[in-house]
Ligand binder design. Sequence first.
Ligand SMILES: Cc1cc2nc3c(=O)[nH]c(=O)nc-3n(C[C@H](O)[C@H](O)[C@H](O)COP(=O)(O)O)c2cc1C
Length: 192
Amino acid sequence: MSTVAIVYHSGYGHTAALADFVAEGVKAGGGTPVVVKLESAAQDFSAALEAVTKADAVIFGSPTYMGDVSSPMRAFMEATAKVWFTAGWKDKLASGFTVGASFGGNKDHTLTSMIVFSMQHGMLWAGPAVPNANINRNESAGGDQPNRIGAALGVVTQAENAAADVTPPAGDKEFARLLGVRIAGLAKKLKA
Ligand SMILES: Cc1cc2nc3c(=O)[nH]c(=O)nc-3n(C[C@H](O)[C@H](O)[C@H](O)COP(=O)(O)O)c2cc1C
């Protein structure tokens, strides 16, 4: 069985809600999720680093703040320098998810930061491979469908200014779940 570390930060609970769905997907895909929440940029990252080192795959989750990963996620990335020096995470499978309040909101840039970081480590980045939702402009904004935003780099979602149990909508949460299923399945294949 493959282990998938889900390392995320969430200031207001929306990324945390998505992380739960990613973990559910990992289980549905036959893997074991190990969920690690980053609390602050000033924390000790040893436990998070160890969880990723032990895992077969890692899925990063960050809200988009100012068009990029949040500061605890950036601090975590910088705390991996020692692992980077020894290529400790080379060939590990990686993916990511984000949420923002805007439909655009430069959320692809957040994923690009995660991708550049993963490539610096020599990890293998995989996108969600979920087809874009087919949204008719006369219908709703597609909140019940996965990948309503048309994301290929990772899971991109959108949350209103409301509590995490009501937003992001069900389709976005399903998109997050499908990422977990895919990464667990790919991790199993890579391990075989
Ligand atoms: C400091 C700050 C910067 C933000 N910048 C963006 C942004 O660039 N793009 C965007 O779409 N949303 C932006 N947002 C909105 C958040 O991404 C959104 O509220 C998200 O749901 C927060 O996730 P969280 O609850 O996991 O913290 C920003 C919010 C804050 C607090």
